[in-house]
Design a protein around this ligand. Structure first.
Ligand SMILES: NC(=O)c1ccc[n+]([C@@H]2O[C@H](COP(=O)([O-])OP(=O)(O)OC[C@H]3O[C@@H](n4cnc5c(N)ncnc54)[C@H](OP(=O)(O)O)[C@@H]3O)[C@@H](O)[C@H]2O)c1
Length: 262
């Protein structure tokens, strides 16, 4: 299927590894010119940049001006913007419960998982509207509707992100901007599997190994495995494409059947 993405311009946040890197790679393969934002832009992202379609931008997206910097870079380098993928996010397990979570920790969780997307959308929308047909895809989480006290600030921030997406779809749909959300369950990235990822943190707390934690989590899904970053990327690309031109304000779960309700 031709996704009609050749020649489009995109900003992808949190693009140096994991899901964001997979989205950036898939977009470049489809002929999209991508501004790829993260704090560190070496390694695989630098390799992708050598192909000529990917422009890495080293930026801390929690800085109030960080998201706008990425958008400005796309407009200056490529003359406009067709697609914004708000992918950046992070989780810090709150092992001692709600009463132990400080204001500082709440501010961190809400900033990295929610405010980054608010700020990127605010910077990008004037340019997206100019195109007549454009798209925002927000990478949320099943935790937007699966509240978990162990990651309470992450859940609240992702719920806010999914809610924001729907509201933006209503306001900007009439001006040609579609806004959709992707909600992954556990994905094979550093967020879960890295040295300081969810599995390692929960394992240290419970006395199990990270592999045990992963196996138990995978067993809660119907497919029996974590989602691969490339599978999330393919879904994001479809939503970004005019092939999904009448999808807006929708949320797409990709979780191997982890969520058991409709
Ligand atoms: N993995 C999962 O199981 C899962 C499940 C549901 C939803 N999600 C969501 O999917 C998205 C991507 O997650 P992932 O699993 O791919 O995470 P990841 O592997 O930890 O990658 C996170 C990316 O964000 C960048 N980043 C983090 N903090 C940043 C900051 N302050 N400024 C700029 N860039 C920053 C990181 O690059 P630098 O460190 O170089 O800055 C990296 O490129 C997140 O929104 C996450 O909540 C993930």
């Amino acid at each position: 299927m031709d996704l009609h993405l050749e020649g489009k311009v995109a900003v992808v946040t949190g693009a140096s590894k994991g899901i964001g890197l997979a989205i950036t790679r898939a977009m470049a393969e489809e002929g999209v010119r991508v501004v790829a934002a993260a704090r560190t832009v070496g390694g695989p992202l630098a390799e992708l940049a050598a192909g000529g379609r990917v422009r890495p931008v080293a930026v801390d997206l929690t800085d109030p001006d960080g998201p706008a910097r990425a958008v400005r870079e796309a407009v200056e380098a490529f003359g406009g913007l067709d697609i914004l993928v708000n992918n950046v996010g992070a989780v810090s397990p709150r092992l001692d419960g709600f009463l132990s979570v400080s204001d500082e920790e709440w501010t961190w969780g809400l900033t990295i998982n929610f405010l980054t997307a608010v700020r990127a959308a605010r910077a990008a929308l004037p340019y997206l509207i100019e195109r007549g047909a454009a798209s925002i895809v927000n990478v949320s989480s099943v935790n937007a509707f699966l509240p978990d006290p162990g990651v309470i600030d992450y859940c609240a921030a992702k719920a806010a992100l999914t809610n924001l997406s729907k509201a933006l779809s209503k306001e900007f749909g009439p001006r040609g901007v579609r806004v959709n959300t992707v909600s992954p369950g556990p994905v094979e990235t550093d967020l879960w599997l890295g040295d300081r990822g969810v599995a390692a943190t929960l394992a240290a707390e419970s006395g199990n190994t990270p592999d045990d934690v992963v196996a138990r989590t995978a067993a809660q899904t119907v497919t029996g495995r974590f989602t691969r970053a490339e599978e999330v990327a393919d879904l994001v690309l479809l939503l970004a494409s005019d092939r999904a031109g009448n999808s807006t304000g929708s949320d797409h779960t990709i979780d191997g059947g982890l969520i058991t309700t409709l």
